[in-house]
Design a protein around this ligand. Structure first.
Ligand code: ZN
Length: 123
């Protein structure tokens, strides 16, 4: 009996298991199954409840055209590359700010020394 039915990845079992498709409402989700995101651009997807027949874990899946998954993967790769660049820029900025603060501190010390020298020479 375990071998009949659709097999999918169960994140709880961390294995391919027989999974029953159920109404989203039966696992505590909104009942809408045909969904359309209008922003940022039109993406149609079909929501389906899933229940693992081994551990009873349930989750919501969204069926989309495979090209959308490819697009999401490319965007994730780009996002990670951008995050790495931003972290590098942030580190460079911190180092620049530390050098700038050191220069400002030196200038203040120089200014105070000049003021003391001026005060001594004028009195
Ligand atoms: Zn499971």
């Amino acid at each position: 009996m375990e071998d009949s039915g659709t097999k999918k990845w169960c994140s709880q079992c961390k294995a391919i298991r027989v999974v029953e498709a159920v109404q989203p409402k039966s696992i505590g989700q909104l009942s809408d199954q045909h969904c359309f995101m209008t922003e940022p651009e039109g993406i149609y997807f079909y929501r389906r409840g899933q229940r693992c027949q081994t551990c009873n874990h349930s989750w919501l899946s969204a069926e989309v055209p495979e090209g959308i998954i490819d697009e999401f993967v490319k965007l994730r790769v780009l996002l990670r590359a951008d995050m790495k660049r931003v972290e590098e820029y942030s580190k460079e900025s911190e180092e620049s700010l530390a050098r700038l603060n050191k220069s400002l501190s030196d200038l203040r010390a120089f200014s105070i020394a000049m003021h003391k020298l001026e005060t001594r020479t004028t009195s």
